[in-house]
Design a protein around this ligand. Structure first.
Ligand code: MN3
Length: 201
């Protein structure tokens, strides 16, 4: 299959003032593209693996020869994680559906408590990494974070992601990661997160 940079459903400047156009453009065309290019290059001698979607490969890392496995975790993770990240961002006002709302209240007490929990995971992830909302095998919602470009499939199915690498916010926020995290909530695509949730059940 073809491994190409997915197009965004909005313009680079659409998330301003929360995420600036220059950051979006570099993040998409340089960083995300870079991971995809390196992922394909990593598997150039394992073409059968390139027939699958990257998500399938990351969920089945035992398929990947050991000598390239870490490079697949890093670059395949960068490929997959950013694809999910763009999908759960939007300039539009959206709301989560009833099912997701009820599950969040069930597992965190309230939407506010969930946001606090997620923001805290994002703020306290040391160095580079991601914060996640995942659905585990018992259909329970879990907030977690991972280092580097590690995807969270061992914990569950990711339905919401936040990139906390400095490249995701440094131009606009410099060292103020908590401000970037607080503003992230203005641009979450709750409609998409709700769809992801229903697909994960
Ligand atoms: Mn990134």
């Amino acid at each position: 299959m073809k491994h190409i940079l997915p197009e965004l459903s909005f313009k680079y400047n659409a998330l301003e003032p929360y995420i600036d156009a220059k950051t979006m453009e570099i993040h998409h065309t340089k960083h995300h593209q870079g991971y995809i290019t390196k992922y394909v290059d990593t598997l150039k001698n394992n073409e059968n693996l390139l027939e699958h979607d990257v998500e399938h490969i990351l969920r089945n890392l035992n398929l990947v020869p050991e000598n390239v496995r870490q490079a697949v975790i890093n670059n395949g993770g960068g490929y997959y994680n950013h694809r999910l990240f763009w999908e759960i961002l939007t300039p539009d006002k959206t709301e989560m559906n009833d099912k997701l709302n009820k599950a969040i209240i069930r597992d965190f007490g309230s939407v506010e408590k969930f946001k606090e929990n997620f923001s805290n995971a994002a703020a306290t992830r040391f160095g580079s990494g991601w914060a996640w909302l995942v659905v585990n095998k018992d259909s329970k919602l879990i907030v977690t974070s991972t280092p580097n470009q590690d995807a969270p499939f061992e914990i569950g199915n990711p339905i919401l992601a936040l990139d906390v690498w400095e490249h995701a916010y440094y131009l606009n926020y410099q060292n103020r990661r908590p401000d970037y995290i607080n503003n992230f909530w203005h641009v979450v695509n709750w409609k998409k997160v709700s769809e992801n949730f229903e697909k994960s059940l």
